[in-house]
Design a protein around this ligand. Structure first.
Ligand SMILES: [Zn+2]
Length: 261
């Protein structure tokens, strides 16, 4: 009977949302520091086992790791904070949010980013390193045509949730993508820079108090996209730009050097 089928489907749905996305265990009361995940996707064991960068080792800035600085030449942002290299399970999740519309992963990414960000802030406070207050959070925009085809911008979803959780100001309309470029996939840094020249524009004058801007993206490969946006922001009077991403793509040999978990 139809209602029995519907009930079975509903029961299966209820069961599936309470299982860990990675190991299938009951997610029960998963808590990431103070950031609880209402529709928890991971059990505490898998959360503890995620392959994070060791933020203490790099003082919360991947650019202070010489190997990273070398693979990101010609960049205009000042700091880079990423959760993990582009490896499992983050590479799987990033593909799912981008191509399969798994929007709930945006909340997972932002909760993980907030938890790691706060840990880094606490560590810096302990070692008496100054942290410049964040005046504005933005996300890497999509061109309107790409946005219409995909229907959403995953960087925007992550950034909005990240800013909400940390009570920061988020504005999705400061920077606009005015050129619908070819894909950046497979291009060298130099080709990417040429491809992205004049791809973005600032939509309005920034308030004079905005000195530190945080740009959020899903994956950083050559840093060219965020760098082009940073250049615009700096021309508008911003002094410090921090790029925050879920993943950083690393050359193969570097993948395990500063990863914990
Ligand atoms: Zn698990």
């Amino acid at each position: 009977m139809a209602w029995k089928l519907a009930l079975r489907k509903f029961k299966r749905y209820c069961t599936s949302i309470s299982c860990c996305d990675l190991c299938g265990e009951n997610v029960g009361n998963s808590v990431l520091l103070d950031y609880s995940l209402p529709q928890a996707l991971l059990c505490q064991y898998c959360i503890n086992d995620l392959p994070y960068f060791n933020q203490n080792l790099i003082a919360g800035n991947l650019l202070s790791w010489p190997a990273i600085h070398r693979i990101l030449p010609h960049i205009h942002f000042d700091q880079l904070f990423a959760l993990s290299p582009y490896i499992y399970p983050f590479n799987k999740w990033l593909g799912q949010i981008k191509y399969l519309g798994r929007f709930e992963l945006a909340n997972l990414f932002s909760a993980l980013l907030c938890a790691q960000w706060q840990k880094m802030v606490m560590h810096k406070a302990v070692i008496a390193m100054e942290i410049r207050p964040i005046d504005l959070v933005i996300s890497v925009p999509l061109h309107v045509k790409k946005w219409q085809i995909r229907g959403y911008n995953q960087a925007h979803l992550i950034a909005k949730s990240f800013a909400e959780q940390l009570a920061l100001t988020y504005d999705a309309n400061v920077v606009m993508r005015v050129k619908n470029n070819d894909s950046q996939m497979g291009k060298t840094g130099n080709q990417r820079r040429k491809n992205l020249a004049d791809a973005f524009s600032l939509q309005r004058k920034l308030a004079s108090h905005i000195k530190h801007v945080l740009i959020i993206d899903d994956v950083v490969t050559t840093g060219t996209t965020a760098s082009e946006i940073s250049k615009l922001l700096k021309q508008a009077g911003v002094e410090t730009v921090t790029l925050v991403a879920v993943c950083l793509t690393l050359p193969k040999a570097k993948k395990s050097s500063v990863v914990v978990g």
